[in-house]
Design a protein around this ligand. Structure first.
Ligand SMILES: NC(=O)c1ccc[n+]([C@@H]2O[C@H](COP(=O)([O-])OP(=O)(O)OC[C@H]3O[C@@H](n4cnc5c(N)ncnc54)[C@H](OP(=O)(O)O)[C@@H]3O)[C@@H](O)[C@H]2O)c1
Length: 268
């Protein structure tokens, strides 16, 4: 009888190890795909926002596109979490809350705030972002459901403290910069102006810079591979986007401030 328990315990352990090793290998592939995507995006900007184009097939309203493509990450995440049996008194639950604060805003507030005057994005962009968010939400959900075991003194670790500061600092700057851009238009307008306040005096895309900082903070405070993969993907999406935005501003506005950098104040 004892032998049966030993074997089933071993099976369980083996299954855990195999699953965990599959999970790690998948994330490694996922990171490689992210890096490949950034190489592609450096050559061809993603066709949404100022680069939106009808050449990419059917189009959908900007607002609806943002809502669907971002909300899906929360569903994917929650699919893996045993909500009723989860221990909500651990550092992991704080980490989950941070993730949800960001995505509740991005999915349900940001799309209502944009001044987008019937602008559209290609459906393919919405679908590819939904695919990305499904994988990303699942990888993080699996982490918090199965593998995240943080001691209670994790709250006092330098990783957690520095990560939380970076996360909230990044989030606030990201919101501020996004809403500064949004307020450049009056309701019903859809054109573009040169933003001239705050961090925009130093770099062309402070919202993207701050989003990178935010998810860097999240990777630090969770000290986890799926959050690191998300951070790498965020860089892979947003660094090429910032390069394209900077190039676009210089092309569109002959009076664009020449001292303004792309993404890193005073440096680049
Ligand atoms: N984590 C990730 O991988 C990821 C990926 C993509 C985006 N995001 C985040 O999603 C948010 C939006 O991204 P985005 O690329 O759409 O940002 P964006 O191009 O800076 O646009 C933000 C908003 O401001 C408007 N806008 C931008 N520049 C303007 C200007 N010069 N004059 C007037 N209005 C202007 C845009 O309108 P239009 O839409 O009409 O251009 C849009 O409504 C950002 O916070 C970004 O960090 C995150």
């Amino acid at each position: 009888m004892g032998g049966v328990w030993m074997i089933s315990g071993l099976n369980y352990q083996l299954q855990f190890m195999i699953n965990f090793s599959h999970y790690i290998v998948f994330i490694a592939f996922w990171i490689v795909i992210g890096i490949g995507t950034s190489v592609f995006l450096l050559r061809k900007e993603a066709p949404y926002g100022r680069f939106s184009s009808r050449n990419w097939g059917p189009m959908i309203s900007n607002r609806v596109g943002w809502l669907f493509m971002e909300a899906v990450v929360m569903i994917a995440f929650l699919c893996w979490i045993p909500l009723r049996h989860y221990d909500w008194k651990t550092p992991a639950s704080i980490m989950i809350s941070l993730f949800f604060i960001h995505y509740l805003h991005r999915s349900f507030i940001y799309p209502l705030m944009i001044r987008t005057k019937n602008k559209k994005m290609p459906v393919i962009i919405m679908l590819s972002a939904m695919l990305f968010n499904t994988v990303n939400g699942s990888l993080l959900g699996i982490w918090f459901a199965d593998f995240a075991h943080y001691p209670n003194n994790w709250y006092y670790s330098p990783w957690f403290v520095a990560g939380v500061l970076l996360f909230f600092g990044g989030m606030l700057v990201n919101w501020h910069a996004d809403y500064t851009l949004i307020r450049l238009r009056k309701n019903g307008e859809s054109g573009y102006q040169i933003p001239r306040s705050g961090l925009f005096k130093l770099i062309s895309s402070p919202n993207l810079f701050a989003e990178i900082i935010e998810w860097g903070g999240f990777a630090l405070l969770t000290w986890s591979l799926p959050a690191l993969a998300f951070f790498i993907w965020t860089c892979a999406n947003l660094i090429p986007r910032a390069v394209a935005n900077h190039r676009w501003y210089k092309k569109e506005f002959s009076d664009y401030p020449p001292e303004r950098k792309i993404l890193l104040p005073y440096l680049w």
